[in-house]
Design a protein around this ligand. Structure first.
Ligand code: DUC
Ligand code: ZN
Ligand code: ZN
Ligand code: ZN
Length: 460
């Protein structure tokens, strides 16, 4: 099967030019001006921006969490992702404390394998680092192609590891050529504040926000950066939200350390004024919570300063009836919000169209950097000869409005209901196949492949 994309404006993290792309099978085989090669299918991309497919390195599909499961399955979640121009996701396997990494991987594979429409990979969340876990790290990296190890500095008793385990894990992961990623908030401080608010009868969603102040994230981010520096382990902070935490990373650059930083689309676009006593605010109950306007400005600037490397989603959807589990107690509201489908179009409209970031930066933070940081470049994350033909065609002139009625995620509300966006993704290719065209999904579950990743250096 061959496919020719004519006259698109090709954008990578570095380039911006008009050319044709010739695809044979799953790969790009030629890029050039006015190619006249017979092809099985030709797409006229005149007036379109042609960019690498989005990679969302932070999603939670079909995940057991807080007494329920996130509501998108691997099928519905990866389908929604494709509709929004995200051709690959990295999800999280969660080790159960007292059990092995292997058992967790087997459990997650049973839910994911054969069910994805888009490509996928896993981070391995290490929640219990001991001698047995240590011995499993090398196998995960070299045999399974899972090269990133997620840690939680919060969620004590379920997911959190202490600094002793963190240090040991970092030494082992560095030795084996992987990376440690972190949910960096101070779990003990948060547990104290949650208990205090509950004891005072303060039970509305507002107190979810007030139980996780900026200092809890700034402190843990600085501690993580120090431990990564001491051990020499490549480090990556997921869902960084605020000025204090970014300043900890900025400080680390002064000793020529780079801790990679991911923020998520919601932290750039939404702020804490959404948290009220009213239970409707539960739509935005996530951890960390939304922050202040000054933090949004810091994050946009951080992208342009090269400190914030990735814009992901932390997609973790729950239906309204699941959110209602916390109707009388904010600490029981399942944490997370749905965004897997809208990251690419939201960031284009609010970022590129509104002049906050360039097109090249857009590609860098949505695709190229995730591919480089997590060991998939140049197979993924760029438009080049021999790269996978994972492409999006975005019409910069089209407009559309986000609604729950029109989205493809398995959740009955939208966190962005009524938002009017400039620019629409019209066509999405995954490994040479048209996966979405004009709102129609053309691939079936099982098309998505598990992508084995290679070792990482901690430099991009
Ligand atoms: N935060 C969320 O909001 N959901 C899933 C896990 C997390 O850390
Ligand atoms: Zn076990
Ligand atoms: Zn988290
Ligand atoms: Zn998460």
């Amino acid at each position: 099967m061959s496919l020719l994309i004519k006259n698109g404006r090709i954008i990578t993290a570095a380039d911006d030019y008009v050319a044709d792309i010739f695809i044979e099978g799953e790969k790009i085989s030629l890029i050039g001006k006015e190619l006249s090669i017979p092809a099985g299918q030709t797409i006229d991309a005149d007036g379109m921006l042609v960019m690498p497919g989005g990679i969302d390195p932070h999603v939670h599909l079909d995940m057991p969490f807080m007494g329920t499961f996130s509501s998108d399955s691997y099928e519905t979640g990866t389908r929604a992702a494709l509709h929004g121009g995200t051709t690959m996701v990295i999800d999280f396997v969660l080790q159960k404390q007292g059990h092995s990494l292997r058992e967790a991987l087997t459990e997650w594979q049973s839910r994911a394998n054969g069910n994805c429409l888009g490509d996928y990979s896993f981070h391995m969340a290490v929640t219990d680092f001991n001698e047995h876990t240590r011995q499993e790290i090398q196998t995960m990296i070299t045999h399974e192609g899972i090269t990133s190890f997620k840690t939680f500095m919060a969620y004590k008793g379920a997911l959190m590891i202490d600094d002793r385990q963190m240090t040991g894990l970092m030494q082992e992961v560095k030795k084996q050529g992987g990376m440690v990623t972190v949910h960096a908030t101070n779990g003990d401080m948060i547990d104290y504040l949650v208990a205090k608010h509950k004891a005072e009868g303060k039970l509305s969603p507002l107190y979810h926000y007030l139980s996780q102040p900026e200092v809890t994230e700034a402190e843990a981010s600085a501690r993580f950066a120090d431990m990564a520096n001491y051990t020499g382990c490549p480090g990556y902070i997921v869902h960084l939200t605020c000025e204090g935490a970014l300043n900890a990373v900025r400080q680390a650059t002064r000793r020529n350390q780079h801790v990679f930083v991911e923020t998520c689309i919601q932290y750039l676009l939404l702020d804490a004024s959404r948290y009220e006593q009213d239970f409707d605010s539960a739509k935005w109950v996530m951890s960390p919570p939304l922050r202040e306007k000054k933090d949004q400005a810091t994050l946009w600037a951080g992208i342009n300063q090269g400190l914030v490397n990735v814009v992901a989603t932390d997609h973790c959807p729950f239906k309204w009836e699941q959110k209602l589990m916390g109707k009388d107690d904010f600490s029981k509201i399942p944490n997370g919000h749905p965004a897997i489908e809208h990251r690419m179009e939201l960031l284009y409209s609010e970022g590129v169209h509104k002049g906050r970031i360039t097109l090249n930066k857009y590609v860098e933070v949505t695709s190229t950097n995730p591919a480089k940081i997590f060991g998939m470049f140049p197979r993924k994350g760029t438009i080049a000869v021999n790269s996978d033909a994972d492409l999006i065609l975005l019409d910069p002139h089209a407009q559309h409005t986000i609604t729950a009625a029109g989205h493809h995620m398995n959740v009955d509300y939208s966190a962005y209901e009524g938002w009017e966006l400039q620019g629409k993704i019209k066509t999405v290719l995954l490994r040479g196949k048209v996966a979405v065209n004009d709102g129609e999904c053309l691939v079936e579950k099982g098309y998505g492949q598990f992508i084995k990743r290679h070792k990482v250096s901690g430099k991009i």
